[in-house]
Every structure is written in structure tokens, then in C-alpha cells.
Design a protein around this ligand. Sequence first.
Ligand code: M6R
Length: 602
Amino acid sequence: MCGIAGYVGNKLSMPIVLNALSSLEYRGYDSAGIAVNEFGKIIIEKSEGKLGNLKSKVNNKLISSSCAIGHTRWATHGEPNKTNAHPHKDFGYNFAVVHNGIIENYNALKRKLKKENIKFYSDTDTEVIPHLLYLETKNKKITTNLMINALHNVVKQIKGSYALAILVKDLPDYIFIAKKQSPLIIGLGKNENFIASDVSALLSHTNNTIYLNDDEIGFITPNEIKIFNAHLKEVKFSVTKLTLQPEQVMLGNYKHFMEKEIDEGSKSIYETVKELQRNRTLHKIPVSVIKNCSSIHITACGTALNAGMIAKYILERDCRVPVFLDCASEFRYKNPIINENSLCIFISQSGETADTLACMELCKSKNAFCLAITNVVGSRITRLADFCIFTVAGPEIAVASTKAYVAQITALFCFVKAVARLNKKTLDYNEKDIIEVSKMLAEHDYKKELNDLVKKIKNKESVYFIGRGIDYFVALEAALKLKEISYIHCEAMAAGELKHGSLALITNNTVVIVILTQPDLIDKTLNAIYEIKSRGAFVVLFSQFKDCAKYVDYFVELKNTKASLMPLIASKPIQQLAYFTAIEKGNDPDKPRNLAKSVTVE
Ligand code: M6R
């Protein structure tokens, strides 16, 4: 949902900011733009489409500024064209602004500004900010104090979310910043400082960072950082040392991040278990929270929600705890039954997903215990939660979630184990089994086995996935992954539901991919296979049960493990199927159309 970056120091700022934007491009790639302050003159360059377009445009421009801000956009207001691209400016080029978030009351602010004879050139919500700054500073001598007061007055008028970086014509060595709900991190250098939406853009320059809090504003110069709270009181900030290594956000020998991240899945399972064991994390959850909770509520979006479904199933089936599961965009609007005895679990790779965070705020307001499962230390979700379980997948760059999905399932399996222990229930797996699975995943690659299937489905308009029980949740994830990057219409169905309507879609050569990993569901799933086969479908089976291969047209053999853990085993071939299909179709698997990695708007 847009990435912002900035640099002020003693080096050429443009290449540094363009490089930082490359690391942030996963947040949006509808357009990109950069603004520099060249000795008191603001110059803005923008391009429609991916960052590469902007890079080629500015390549040969000799701009010698050492202060710049940049933006990579995921369009929310206004078409993804050059006019709507950030940075935005006022008419006198006094200010250049990049923004991540949504200004919900921008129409009211526009009306107010129009009364002051201010004309708008774009359809964006962001454009109101430079104009508001202009009004606040009109006919006044621009000083640091004046700017901080002006910014304070501007953000007071904004409803919504924002991470802002602002260049000021008359203060060439300053980047002003403000944050509410969207992430903004300062990177500390020697005679230089940086800002970015995400640490991945800072890693090659510094390990020392400051995470801005909501409602804070401030500025950075090459040698100074000042941060103020909502009451304009200067804030003492603390420096967070990053432990990430730059290689973790680089492609290395891989062509795409998605390919690299699928491969890293096995490591992320292993590291997640080990880290939870090392820190005894699950023993630190207050026992009363688990023992006394009246119900568990799991809330998440997309892939994280699919991971949550698996946990709900096992918690109810084996631990006998009632679990409610909702997608975050719906949860808030159903007036959920939450109270101080509810245990609310929020799963989010990024820890920044706006819908999930809004649900957490709601549950907190009802005094429920809020537990976050996230991959990003320091993310907003970690600061709101009562307790955090971290997945150790490392930075996930590709928009399609892969290694984070398996890490989420792993963390949930470990959490379920803790619930079972306290409730004196038995499960069919333990942590050692999970480690075994991580090894199995590292050993096997499905490229060859999937080759003909990829050719078969690449030109299909629709592909259907079916499964029962846990396999249905795997089917949901398989369909999400394939549609997200191949643009083929995919739908997952509970196998038993087919005959209640969807069977009407099955004709000669319709591709149906069946997930079958649960021994107690073989017969019932085979029934569904017979039904679709007799309607002429091309049936693909992902299963460890080799005996079932004879009933289908295409068989992908899975390794076998404890039944509950089979979603981890099935994750790799379903992710690779999506990846290879996208490649075969000539799509960019890392940056699928219309999407962005962190969905920081509701
Ligand atoms: O960062 P989060 O886990 O909160 O993100 C949730 C979804 O936006 C995300 O899983 C999305 O569905 C993926 N792009 C799917 O691959």
C-alpha cells in the first residue's frame, strides 16, 4: 500500500532513494516518483507503472541534491497515472509530499481549500497536504519551528492514516515526517539519515533505527533528528538495532523472490519451532488466558486467514475449545460477541494489515486478551498486542505469501499444542514431527512432477480445487495462490458441497484439483472424484495415498507425515504450481497486477 523513502546527508540522494524504492516496490507498483531539494529548488520526477520506468527516465539527469524523498504507489484514489503519482506539491513548489495511507476526509478538506481559491491538479487524497501546508505557512518566514507547528496543525485536520515525508523548498537539508497507522522508520547514519516504510530499504545503510509512533511528527537532517508527540512535546526516542542481514532481502541466485521464498519455507518452519522453544514463548502466555477463556476468536486476511482455519479445526476437534474465525474485513461489522474472557488471535505476516489491526483495536476496547502471530518485529500489531508469537520466516518480499504461510501454520500448531497440554488433550503430532516435516520439504522439489500440469492449466479460464476437512483449507490456499499470480479464475470448494450446485460447472476437460491427505476422509473424497470424473473432468490428485492414483488423470505424490501436519507438506507443491504457472504465462509472480504486499488501507 505504497512505499515511501527519503535520504538527507552528504551523498547524492537520488540513487539512494531510487534503490530504497526498489526494496519497497512490493508495497505497490502502479507508479513511482521522486522529489529532490536542489539548493532550495524542488524538482519532481514521476512515471506511471513500475519503478523501472522512473529509473530510466531520471537515469541521465544530473541532479546534485543530497536531500530526496520517493514513493512507489498502490492506487487508492485516482487512476494509476502520472498525474496522480506522488510526490504531490503546492502550486508554488514550496512543498513536495509523499504519503502512504488514506485521508478519509479529503473531500471536506478539498472543499475548504477550494474556498481559498486553491485548484487541484490530481484525483488523489494526498494532494490536500501540500496545499494545507501552504495555507499554514503563507506569507511567513519558513523556519523549523514554523514547519513543525504547520505540520502539527495539518495532521490535526486529517482523518485517516498516513506516513508522510515532506521536502520544504526553504529548508534544503530537512525532511519533515509524520505518522499515524502507516509504518515509518528512521535509519540513523553518520552525517546522513534515512526514512522508509520498511527496514528492508534501510538495511544496506544502517542497522540503527527508530520506529515512529502514531501521532508523532518531526524532522531529520544529516545530523539531527527531532520527534514531537501530539501535544508538540519533544519525544525521547530509543534506537532499535536490526538483526536482519542485507542478503535476506536480496534475490541471490534466484530469478524471483517467490521462488526463493518457497524454497525458504522449510527453514522458516524449522526456525519458528526452534525460536519458540528457545524463548519458551508459549509457556509465557498467562495460563489463565487459555484455561479461563470462554472462546477463541481468530481474525486475519487472505493467506493468514487460511492458516487460521487449520488451527480452528484442530483446536475444536482435538482440544474441544470453541473457535470463531472471521476475515478481518467482516469481523468488525457484525458486532462480535467479545468480552474480557475472550482470547482473540490475530494473524498477520506484515503486522500492518489495516483490517486486522482495526479488529484488534476493537477487541482491545472490549478488554479481550489480544494475541498476535506475526513475522515482523516492531510492526504495529506487535505494539498493540498483549502477547506476540513471532514466526521466523525472515522478510517476505513477493506479494504472494509462501514461507510466511507455513511459518504461520507452524506457530499455530505449536500454540495448539500448548492449549492441548493445558487442557490435557492429546494431538497426533509434536514439535519433533514438525521439524521432520521441515526436512522433508527441503528434500523435495515438485518442478518436474508439475511440468505437464502447468501446461494443461495455463490456458484454462477456470481451475477448481476441492478437499474435505483440513484439505478444504489447503484447497482454499491453493486457489488463492494460483489466482493471485496466474490470473486464472480459481475456486475452492468443500468436496461434499459439489453436488449442491457447483457440479453444474463441471464439463468435459474442466480441471479439478483434489487435495486428499486425511486418512479418515479417503472414501468420501473418492466419492467426489467419481462424481466429477463421470462428468468428464480432468482430475488431478495431490495425495500421499498412492492407491488412489488409479482413479484420476494426474497424480502428484506427497510425502507422508502425521495427518494434522499434512497442510505443511501440501504447501510446497501448491505454491510451486502457482509459481510455475505464472512463469509459463509470462506474468511477474512477485508483483501481480492490482495487488500490493502490505494492505495498510481498510
Ligand atoms: O500481512 P498479512 O498477513 O496481514 O497479509 C494478509 C493478506 O493480505 C495476504 O496474506 C494476502 O492474501 C497474500 N497476498 C496472499 O498470497
